[in-house]
Design a protein around this ligand. Structure first.
Ligand code: NAI
Length: 331
């Protein structure tokens, strides 16, 4: 019988967590033989609601749920956690500028980065979901100098899955027969969903869409970039179940490996690959094996793709400079 693995989730009384915690406890993330212990972090005002979530988790009688604890102190919540999913964040409220959002969240992720540094085991794996995810991840990573950088990632898997679904719909082929999708850059409307390396039934996706540049530029790319806003418009609330599903996919593939011949999109600290400034947390095509990720190298990037990747990286650079000027990461 395997020892339980500790999984910490922040924002545990929020909407995403309301799907995510149940999927983790069901074994969807780490496999159906791996017991888990949930460490759930919330702000003090939300601990009451979190008690209700705990009651429901208990009422599912999940065979793999070995235990659970709730916290309002990140230092305690991250103790002994092998996986830490940073979902909780300050939402953008009316009248809030982008810079205010970066600042409010920068403070949360500075504190949580320090708490990880001082309390999490050396082999912790961190996924940042809370927005602005890439830059929140950068802030946490920069405030956790004792943890290897490659342990920090941010989520662009929802964008990746949205892109797969749009391509499947266009080609009439099930998503299971589409591989090598890539999201580049920031998890924002500047992201670049790239079909030029994707395969449909093992053949170039661009051929499978009839080399339809109009669809690509005027339908596919904007639909994927703006899907989050479209869901809010329709549902009156932001993507939650699909975001939780993407977080499950991200961590599962990181921990257990990507499928042979395929890759996934993950925002990871750049090593300078594809001209992305070293240290920026940017989305790349990644392969995972043995619990580690690596950026897929050697893809040919044409002028069209290059300019779109560059635009999203420019936004990441601006966000980094903003959190630097607030003193939230070292210059
Ligand atoms: P929500 O507002 O329903 O839940 C967030 C929870 O975080 C709240 O319960 C709040 O009390 C808690 N929280 C706030 N500050 C905290 C702190 N310092 N420590 C611990 N908990 C804290 O939001 P929802 O819908 O669950 O979304 C969470 C985040 O995920 C948002 O920032 C959202 O923008 C982001 N998101 C990211 C996606 C991605 O693809 N990367 C996709 C969808 C959402």
């Amino acid at each position: 019988e395997k020892q339980p693995v500790k999984v910490a989730v922040t924002g545990a009384a929020g909407q995403i967590a309301y799907s995510l915690l149940f999927r983790i406890a069901n074994g969807d993330m780490l496999g159906n033989e791996q017991p888990v212990h949930l460490n759930m972090l919330e702000i003090p005002q939300a601990l009451g609601a979190l008690e209700g979530v705990c009651m429901e988790l208990e009422d599912c009688a999940f065979p793999l749920l070995a235990g659970m604890d709730t916290f309002d102190d990140p230092a305690r919540a991250f103790e002994g956690a092998s996986y830490v999913l940073l979902v909780g964040a300050r939402p953008r409220t009316k009248g809030m500028e982008r810079k205010d959002l970066l600042e409010a969240n920068g403070r949360i992720f500075t504190e949580q980065g320090r708490a990880l540094n001082d309390n999490a085991p050396d082999d912790v794996r961190v996924l940042v979901v809370g927005n602005p995810a890439n830059t929140n991840c950068l802030v946490a990573m920069e405030n956790a100098p004792d943890i290897p950088r490659e342990r920090f990632t941010a989520m662009t898997r929802l964008d990746h899955n949205r892109a797969l679904a749009q391509l499947a719909r266009k080609t009439g082929v099930p998503v299971s027969r589409i591989t090598r999708m890539t999201i580049w850059g920031n998890h924002s409307t500047t992201q670049y969903p790239d079909v030029f390396h994707a395969l449909v039934d093992g053949r170039p996706a661009f051929d499978a869409i009839g080399r339809d540049r109009n669809w690509l530029e005027n339908e596919f790319i904007p639909t994927v970039q703006k899907r989050g806003a479209a869901v809010i418009e329709a549902r009156g609330a932001s993507s939650a179940a699909s975001a939780a599903n993407a977080a499950i996919d991200h961590v599962r593939d990181w921990a257990l490996g990507t499928a042979n011949g395929d890759w996934v999109s993950m925002a990871v600290p750049s090593d300078g690959s594809y001209g992305v400034d070293e240290g920026l947390v940017s989305s790349f095509p990644c392969r995972c094996a043995g619990g580690n990720w690596e950026i897929v190298q050697g893809l040919e990037i044409d002028e069209f793709s290059r300019s779109r990747i560059e635009a999203s990286v420019a936004e990441l650079r601006e966000e980094r400079d903003a959190v630097r000027s607030l003193g939230l990461v070292p210059a």
